[in-house]
Design a protein around this ligand. Sequence first.
Ligand code: GLN
Length: 475
Amino acid sequence: MTAPLSVKDFVSGIQGGEISVVENASHIIKEIEKRNPEYNHFNLFDAKNVLQQAERIEKEIKKGRKGKLLGVPVSVKDCICVKGVESRAGAKILSGYKPVFDATAVRKVREEGAIILGKTVQDEFGFGTFSVNVTAGKIPLNPLDKQRSCGGSSGGAAGFTALTQHTHAALAESTGGSIAAPAAFCGVSSITPTYGLVSRYGLMDYASSLDKIGSMGKTIEDASLLLQVISGKDAMDGTSLDSKPFGKENMKGIAIGLPKEFFSAVKNDKLVSEVRKKIDSAKELGAKIVDVSLPLNAEYGIAAYYLIAMSEASTNLAKYCGMRYGFEKPLSGTFNEYFSDVRSEAFGTEAKRRILLGTFARMSGFRDAHYLRAMKARTKLINEFKSAFKKVDLIALPSMPIVAPKFSEIEKLTPLEHYAMDICTVPPNLCGLPHSTIPVGKVKGTDLPSSLMLIADHLQESKLVSFSSALEGLK
Ligand code: GLN
């Protein structure tokens, strides 16, 4: 099977009249109808709706419509609102919730002519690293090996990006690594932007100071095209930034830092060796490789992240009370009884764990000791990265410490072991730094990809994307 056209070539094919939007949409519909029952990447897919969008765009093209994503099928992670389409953030408690508006990111891709394919499966509200904490939809399976996880929480997005034989890009979301982790396990490319580069309007909150919408594709170029479309200031999100940092940069003399603490934390030597090989090849691009040190991030990243993420999640989830959105029960008892009934029945185990821990961490009397302390630690971790970026342009490390695990292995993990898998992805997320992942070689003796993560300073997406794309192109 030949690789599908890149998003850019696909759009010029559409614009030049060589590709029909409707014909292409019907191919991808067929693929999803055939493969999704086996792999569970989508928890909502409406073929009729996809076809209607394609027919409308085709008519508009005849009248001269242009667009950067003309006719391109885009999948949307379940936590990103799509008007009139059930959007549940992977959570049973949102069953039946149909937003009355599009998230800004969705509105922007539609304005560029994209077709919204459907909602991709994720861990409930993004709580997880393996897409096994799913309460709306079925657990997605890795297209490289069905006994293995797609990663999480954007598991459906990465799984489908890897599986599809057609041009496609995915809108995903990351709080602490939910774009990088699944992209790494499924062998696709991804970009998680600087915090604030993409509007969060219409993104269902996990932890508001950490959540970011980003993109995935078969290549960095595809992911970057989608990211460029969705980024920029939005009046609906006061934290969004007025910036579009997407120029082409010269790679000559670029300095790449290897943080030694993270290389020694990753115990799978075969995985590290593929990452190292790819980094060494960067010399061909004129890059120089130097050692850097991020001891605080390696030591305290996970602890600070989980305190902050759970604290913010526990307040963000308070609105799910069985009265305003989604899941309801027949009214009975006092408000408190009804509230507890609904939440006991509809939240999954991991959501309950996080509500309890998060509420505890920010309770009066404990707030200073836990939540505020974690926020202070976060500032120190940001400063540590800032000093590293005085010496280097980008930081390179393995995206994940393991290859995609088997479900039977995940079952044996305690919650703390599960959280520890985020060692590499948490630091850039906690510090709001843009990062990309690219699949590198297959881990020796397996068919599973190893993945390289590159991290840049705030709003240095131009450098990040130019370099990642150049490196990805090296054979
Ligand atoms: N695995 C991390 C967590 O469970 C990150 C998830 C995410 O980025 N949504 O919080």
